[in-house]
Ligand binder design. Structure first.
Ligand code: HEC
Ligand code: HEC
Ligand code: HEC
Ligand code: HEC
Length: 127
């Protein structure tokens, strides 16, 4: 009896801990692109094409563009009036993968900033 009680206590603690860790991760990831989409009921299948994405999976640009338009459409929306040639969607990088900057499951980062450290571009779902 004594032994059983200890086990249930242990299992209870383990369960509570697991929940707290899970919750912590949920909050930490709360502002990322995945949750921005989840709030609009856009889930795994809408980006990945299937319900159970696995490690190494990515999402091609044409999937994003179905909802958000092509680079050309996006570039028209993200002109910086003060510095018109500093456009995240129209640059010497060409039509690179959206996910280079828009990382879905971790904070996004404007890749431009890595080389042009003076740019300090902000990005939705970024830190
Ligand atoms: C807004 C579109 C979008 C949604 C919604 C989305 N993902 Fe992703 N996911 C991506 C992109 C983009 C990548 C590739 C990230 C990269 O290349 O850095 C990715 C990568 C992944 C990977 C591979 C990660 C790795 O380290 O190899 C897994 C697993 C994954 N997603 C699972 C999910 C699950 C589960 C859901 C639903 C809860 C989901 N994704 C919803 C866009 C999305
Ligand atoms: C099924 C349609 C759909 C797909 C696929 C999709 N999105 Fe979205 N995305 C949305 C909607 C809807 C929103 C929320 C729009 C809003 O709140 O203005 C959103 C929000 C965003 C935002 C934030 C916009 C803002 O102004 O804050 C970014 C960035 C974004 N998506 C990029 C992507 C990228 C990159 C991909 C591909 C990996 C992708 N999306 C795939 C529909 C989609
Ligand atoms: C080089 C980095 C980079 C790449 C690659 C990139 N984006 Fe962006 N994106 C940004 C930045 C930075 C912003 C914020 C711009 C702003 O606020 O003016 C942004 C904003 C957005 C927005 C919100 C636009 C709005 O109306 O305010 C969407 C949607 C989006 N990107 C989708 C995409 C899609 C889809 C692709 C691929 C076809 C893509 N982006 C490729 C950096 C990038
Ligand atoms: C891998 C490094 C790298 C990345 C990433 C990068 N650039 Fe550049 N960029 C350069 C180099 C090198 C030059 C040429 C030297 C110069 O003029 O500073 C340049 C030149 C430029 C110029 C012309 C010179 C100027 O400053 O007016 C613009 C505009 C520019 N980049 C915008 C961007 C934008 C917007 C992004 C993101 C979409 C970006 N760059 C991403 C390295 C990079």
């Amino acid at each position: 009896m004594q032994k059983k009680l200890k086990w249930t206590t242990f299992l209870c603690c383990a369960f509570v801990c697991a929940c707290l860790i899970g919750l912590g991760q949920g909050i930490a990831a709360g502002g990322n692109l995945d949750s921005i989409h989840a709030k609009k009921n856009i889930t795994c299948v809408d980006c990945h094409g299937h319900q159970k994405p696995v490690k190494g999976d990515t999402v091609e640009n044409d999937v994003c563009s179905r909802c958000h338009g092509t680079y050309e459409t996006l570039a028209a929306k993200t002109v910086n009036p003060k510095i018109p040639n500093r456009n995240p969607h129209k640059s010497h990088l060409g039509d690179i993968d959206c996910a280079v900057c828009h990382m879905a499951h971790q904070p996004s980062e404007a890749y431009c900033n890595g080389c042009h450290s003076n740019y300090k571009m902000k990005i939705p779902g970024g830190k």
